[in-house]
Design a protein around this ligand. Sequence first.
Ligand code: ADP
Length: 539
Amino acid sequence: MLGSMMNYQLTLTSIMKHGKQINPHKEVVSITSDHDEHRCTLSDIFERSAQVANLLKAHDIKKGDRVATLAWNDFRHMELYYGIGCSGAVCHTINPRLHPDQVNFIVNDASDQVIFLDVMFIDLVKAVEAELTSVKKFIVLTSDASVVEGFGEKWSTYEADIGSHSTEFNWPELDENDPCQLCYTSGTTGNPKGVQYSHRALVLHTMAAIAPDAFSIGKNDCVLPVVPMFHVNAWGIPYMAAMTGCKLVLAGSKVADPKVLSRLIQDEGVTLAAGVPTVWNLLAQHLQENKISLTCLKKLVVGGTAMPPHLFRYFQDEQDMAIIHAWGMTEMSPLGTINHIQAKEMLEWDDEAQFEQKLKQGVPVYGIELKLINDDGQDVAWDGKASGNLLVRGPWVVDQYFNRPDVKNENGWFDTGDISIIDEHGYMKITDRSKDVIKSGGEWISSVDIENAMMSHPEVSLAAVIGVVHPKWDERPLLIIERHGDKELSYAEVTSHLTGKIAKWWMPDAIEYVDQIPMTATGKMHKLKLRETFTDYSF
Ligand code: ADP
């Protein structure tokens, strides 16, 4: 016999309906190519989502069809999130920082039927247009109809297109396991792989992510997702807004402009901002140079890569913010673990011990299970010392990549490709990506630990460590530092800084300076490129 509760479907439509009914007047502030400052409400957004749904119907878009976006964070992109997903189609968010060949690959892999794009991505799409054979419409997200003049009948503009449609739509009853969003991994090795999220996964993820010991978002918050809406659904924040009724601030293409971010935070009263450390680094420099204190901003969510310790200290100690350090993946919708120092006994630890704990990636949120195994598949103890391959499972973890039946999870667990340590309190610490790990004399060296120790030096803002072939030890660490002005630290200065912070045998064998450490399309250090650059390096 089954339990006797209602079989209520967990869909994005249920989030939209809640937002419409309970939080209709909540504000969404955006910067777009045609508005320096655009203000609307959730209710306006959902009315226009209905117009989007009517437009898609007019173009014969059916349930499950993919409809792509190439767009920054703004109100129109949010209308598309709901309009596409709640009408039964799948909103495929494309990362515009990808190489045009990769954009070409994923549009074809997904068989996108329509692409909605920002004005600044017209050239990117035009460069590969002839090869995008599945696409029947290119709709530019603007009110300026002149941008598509002479482009032919496949091209049109958003405001003109949706303007003729009704703000009412008969939203279909969807199954919670139906797909609604699609996002590809950045594909630093091989072609990108698509993760197709179900309604159920995203609803449960949203509920878990807003909780007090996770992002802790409520009605009175004002949230700035600096993380782009083309990257894992902006970590789910557009759904959190409708579910909680928080105010949203969307910075358009200015998400990496610290001056704009600082102004928006102060003018709009942002209480929580979420993004990768690269952006927080730029913001910190701007705040320091201009002696700005962001008093309204209480919570800084950081994820994507580890937060460098000096940056953590700056925002915590000098800006008085709570740093919410999160770890996740495209394959995990993305939230996996989150770090708040929660337990009372930890708050009594000395400052150094607390700080070390805070730098970890944290404990799993309810819904995510972690497992550590060694190369033989045996469980690794959660003792804060032993490292292993990190596996995960849960209702918002990918079961199967889009169009890739050849890649399978084993025994119901997803292999994250991360190497980590878990302590007796359940706090997980990433020590490396499995493909970046350095094996010296049969033992693993954590490149992440060395990088963090190096980036705590005031003269170093970005440092990467890679393994280089060594005749005796198989591999030894090479430290690569991004040049900052003229000063270059000597090897002796570097080793003296690292002494005591890392194991003696982890000490990098050499240092190289570069003008720029290459970054991936999702803002992580591109170790593969670095390894290619230093492939013939000898110590
Ligand atoms: P990509 O498309 O670049 O693969 P993902 O966001 O899916 O983007 O990347 C996930 C990976 O990013 C994780 O497996 C992990 O290695 C790294 N990562 C994410 N968050 C953190 C964090 N807080 N600290 C360290 N590494 C992180």
